[in-house]
Ligand binder design. Structure first.
Ligand code: NAD
Ligand code: WQD
Length: 341
């Protein structure tokens, strides 16, 4: 199939492009590089052995999007392109609504005009807010706790309305838990442009000596060791699920909403210890106050993804840490390293 991957130069998008190419799909990336680097493209070419077709465009540019759909006969779209920093979304909600919601609307119009009826959407476990119970199933109540989360919930809801109006459109909503790790080659990985907001990239930078110590946000949660518990999922497992979702849409002619997680909760301190084992480095940490908006424990019930997609996470926390560390040690400054060289 010929697949448009919006945000395909980003962290999860790039890993998904590799899996799609491995499965014989032709990929076109649309990205404005607002949170990624063109330096990923030659690496994707090296990994896949194929040229990367890139459209450097902003999704909100309706003219450019319609030209893109006119230039390629897409069979399906995987829609990663979005801004994703929770804290920033609280400071700039309008920028998040514009980028994530308006971008999705322009994409949907272009798909409708071109008659493209298969869409995989990057949603997030953030749509569950603070869940009432764990593991979290897809039918758990949906709540929003920040503007970023609102963009994910709103796009899910507007997709539902659009699907109801258009029997030719089928959408796979994939609700990711906590994606971490990197491609085992060490050639692509997560490259935060600023101080990392998320745990794993911060741990990587502490182990590499770029930061002095990790601040563990909260040591008094009612969890195994008092630190927060999450469902970390290897980005390569996550990438595989996108190819499986494309197969589902092709095969079943209907949509779905599934959680993508391992089903296993891991505490911050457990992750730090696993990282120390995988890297052979020490990760000094200090327990500090809870981070506003955090919850004690979130992990997925991933059984629906297995039932509908035949997908199950295969890589454990040790593999996540090992691959994150390989990426970090081979690329201490991320993609900038290669660009500067
Ligand atoms: P990322 O920032 O690495 O990738 C997003 C890509 O989209 C970037 O390359 C960026 O330049 C591009 N982009 C953003 N706005 C655009 C626009 N208007 N036009 C064109 N390109 C644009 O993020 P990621 O971690 O790969 O996340 C991918 C998707 O998964 C996002 O939708 C994110 O909300 C969702 N998600 C991520 C996580 C996570 O923890 N990483 C968890 C749940 C859901
Ligand atoms: C994980 C755990 C922190 C950093 C976020 C978004 C969510 C989704 C995934 C996009 C928590 C603790 C963290 C640090 C720490 N993104 N922590 N010190 O908050 O579960 O989810 O990313 O959709 O929407 O909210 O992930 O990696 O920030 O935190 O102790 O320096 O690590 O308190 O327990 P989170 P995270």
């Amino acid at each position: 199939m010929r697949i448009l991957v919006t945000g395909g130069a980003g962290y999860i998008g790039a890993h998904t492009c590799v899996v799609l190419a491995e499965r014989g799909h032709d990929v076109v990336i649309a990205d404005n590089f607002s949170n990624s680097s063109p330096a990923v493209l030659p690496r994707l070419e090296a990994l896949t052995g194929r040229p990367v077709v890139l459209a450097r465009i902003d999704l909100r540019d309706a003219k450019a999007m319609s030209a893109l759909f006119a230039a390629h006969a897409f069979d399906a779209v995987i829609h990663f392109a979005a801004l994703k920093a929770v804290g920033e979304s609280c400071e700039k909600p309008l920028a998040y609504f514009d980028n994530n919601i308006s971008g999705s609307l322009v994409l949907l119009q272009a798909m409708k005009d071109a008659g493209v009826g298969k869409l995989v959407f990057s949603s997030s476990a953030t749509v569950y807010g603070a869940p009432d119970a764990v593991p979290v199933g897809e039918d758990s109540p949906l709540r929003v706790t920040n503007p970023y989360g609102r963009t994910k919930l709103v796009v899910e809801q507007l997709l539902e309305d659009v699907c109801r109006s258009d029997p030719g459109l089928h959408v796979a909503n994939l609700r990711y838990f906590n994606p971490v790790g990197a491609h085992p080659s060490g050639m692509i990985g997560e490259d935060p442009s600023d101080i990392p907001n998320n745990l794993m990239p911060y741990v990587c930078q502490v182990a590499a000596g770029r930061r002095e110590r990790l601040h563990v946000f909260g040591g008094d949660y009612p969890t195994v060791d008092g630190s927060g518990v999450r469902d970390y999922i290897h980005v390569v497992d996550l990438a595989r699920a996108h190819a499986d979702a494309i197969d589902f849409l092709q095969r079943e002619h209907r949509g779905l909403t599934v959680n993508l997680g391992t089903g296993r909760g891991v505490s911050v301190i457990e992750l730090v210890r696993a990282f120390e084992r995988a890297s052979g480095r020490r990760v000094p940490f200090e327990i500090v106050a809870r981070r506003a908006g955090d919850v004690a424990e979130v992990y997925a019930d991933p059984t629906r993804a297995h039932r509908l997609l035949g997908w199950r996470a295969q890589l454990d926390v040790d593999a996540m840490c090992r691959d994150a560390w390989r990426w970090q040690s081979l690329n201490p400054m991320g993609y900038a390293e290669r660009e500067a060289a």
